[in-house]
Write a protein that binds this ligand. Structure first.
Ligand SMILES: *[C@@H]1O[C@H](CO)[C@@H](O)[C@H](O)[C@H]1NC(C)=O
Ligand SMILES: *[C@@H]1O[C@H](CO)[C@@H](O)[C@H](O)[C@H]1NC(C)=O
Ligand SMILES: *[C@@H]1O[C@H](CO)[C@@H](O)[C@H](O)[C@H]1NC(C)=O
Length: 327
C-alpha cells in the first residue's frame, strides 16, 4: 500500500490540476455582457464570480446587486455597495447609449456582443493583481497593465478609438481605478474569510461505472462517473493492479446546480482485455480512503462457461454412478 501511494502522489503532483483554492491564485471577477441586437435593443447581464463559483447576480429591473450567499457582501460598507451598484447601472444604461452612438464610427456591426471582465486575483505569496478587459465580438480592445488601461496591441484602430473615449472620461476612469486597486482586493480578501466554511467544505463524491457507446468492433468504452464532489481538485484514473492505464481520458469537470462537481473518466480497451480493470478515485474529502470500483461486465460470459462445463459433468458423474451401481 505504501509503495502504491508514492507513484500516485507523483502523478498527482505531475498532473498539476490539483489546484487548491487557497494554495493557487484565486480571482474575483465581475462580468458584464451586453448583446446589441439592433440600434435600439440591447440585453444586459452582470454577474460576479469567485474562481468558478458565482457569488453575485444582477437584477436588471431594480438595478441592484443580488448577493447569492450570506457572505457575498464581504465587509463592504453600505456606501461601497451603493457605489458599486451605481457603477454597474452606468454599465447597463449609460454605456449602451454611448456604444449605440459610436457604433458606426467604430465599425461595430449589429448584432454584436460586448463583454467586460474586471477584477482582481490573489497570488499564493499574498500579492494581489487586478485586470480589466473590454472585448467586442470576442476580441480584446482594452486591457490593463500595471493597474492602468491600455488599448490591446491586436485591437487595431478600433481599440485606439475606444481607448480615446474611455480616457476622456476622467470620472469613470477614476472609479474603475478605485474598484480595481481598492474595492476589489478588499472584497476578495473579506469574502474568502467570511465564506471560508462554504468555500472549504468537503463533500464526498459518489462514483459508478458504465459501458459507453461502442467505439468499434471488438472494443469497449469504459466510463467511470464521479459526482457530487467539493472542492474541485480530484484525481480519477482507470488502473490495473498498480498501473495507471495510459489511455485514460478525462472530461471537463462540470458544475452541478448545488455547487458540487461532476466528471467522467474514459478508457477504450479491447473487449477481451477488461479483466482486472478498476477505476480509482482520490479526493481530499475521502481522507486517504480512495474509492475503488472494479469492472463487472453486465453479461458475464464466465457464468455461461461454468454452466456449460458443469451441467454435462454432473450428468456424466450421475450416469457413471448409476452404471457402477448396476454392475
Ligand atoms: C430590434 O430587435 C428586437 C429584438 O430582436 C426587435 O423586437 C425590434 O423590433 C428590433 N427593432 C428594430 C428597430 O429593428
Ligand atoms: C508599474 O507601476 C509602478 C508604480 O507606479 C512603476 O514603478 C513601474 O515602473 C510600472 N511598471 C511598468 C512595466 O510600467
Ligand atoms: C475588510 O477586510 C479586509 C481584508 O480582510 C481588511 O483588510 C479590512 O480592514 C476590512 N475592513 C473593515 C472595515 O473591516
Amino acid at each position: 500500500m505504501l509503495f502504491l501511494k508514492i507513484p500516485l502522489l507523483a502523478v498527482l503532483l505531475a498532473t498539476g490540476d490539483n489546484e487548491d483554492a487557497f494554495q493557487e491564485e484565486i480571482s474575483f471577477k465581475m462580468i458584464h455582457s451586453s448583446s446589441f441586437y439592433n440600434n435600439s435593443w440591447v440585453k444586459i447581464q452582470n454577474s460576479a464570480w469567485l474562481g468558478d463559483l458565482q457569488t453575485h447576480g444582477w437584477d436588471t429591473n431594480s438595478g441592484k446587486i443580488i448577493f447569492l450567499y450570506p457572505w457575498s457582501k464581504g465587509n463592504l460598507s453600505k456606501e461601497e455597495i451603493k457605489d458599486l451598484e451605481e457603477f454597474f447601472r452606468g454599465f447597463s444604461i449609460v454605456m449602451p447609449q454611448v456604444i449605440h452612438r459610436y457604433a458606426s464610427q467604430w465599425k461595430f456591426k449589429y448584432p454584436f456582443e460586448i463583454q467586460i471582465t474586471m477584477g482582481c486575483e490573489l497570488h499564493p505569496g499574498g500579492a494581489i493583481g487586478s485586470f480589466y478587459r473590454f472585448a467586442y465580438q470576442g476580441s480584446e480592445l482594452l486591457h490593463t497593465q500595471n493597474n492602468s488601461l491600455f488599448p490591446s496591441p491586436n485591437g487595431g484602430t478600433r481599440a485606439q478609438d475606444v481607448y480615446r473615449l474611455f480616457n476622456q472620461n476622467h470620472a469613470n476612469k477614476k472609479i474603475v481605478q478605485k474598484i480595481l486597486s481598492d474595492t476589489c482586493p478588499r472584497l476578495l480578501l473579506s469574502i474568502l474569510d467570511a465564506g471560508k466554511a462554504d468555500l472549504q467544505r468537503q463533500v464526498k463524491p459518489e462514483a459508478w461505472l458504465s459501458i459507453g457507446s461502442n467505439p468499434g468492433p471488438g472494443r469497449q468504452m469504459l466510463v467511470c462517473h464521479v459526482s457530487g464532489l467539493h472542492p474541485k481538485p480530484i484525481w480519477v484514473k482507470w488502473m490495473r493492479g498498480e498501473h495507471v492505464q495510459l489511455g485514460t481520458q478525462q472530461s471537463d469537470i462540470l458544475p452541478n446546480a448545488d455547487g458540487t462537481w461532476y466528471l467522467q473518466v474514459f478508457l477504450e480497451v479491447e473487449a477481451t482485455e477488461t479483466s482486472g480493470l478498476y477505476c480509482r478515485v482520490r479526493h481530499s474529502s475521502l481522507g486517504g480512503q480512495d474509492i475503488l470500483l472494479y469492472l463487472k461486465l453486465p453479461h458475464n460470459s464466465m457464468g455461461w462457461i461454468i454452466l456449460a462445463v458443469m451441467v454435462p459433468l454432473v450428468l456424466l458423474t450421475a450416469l457413471a454412478f448409476c452404471l457402477r451401481k448396476r454392475w
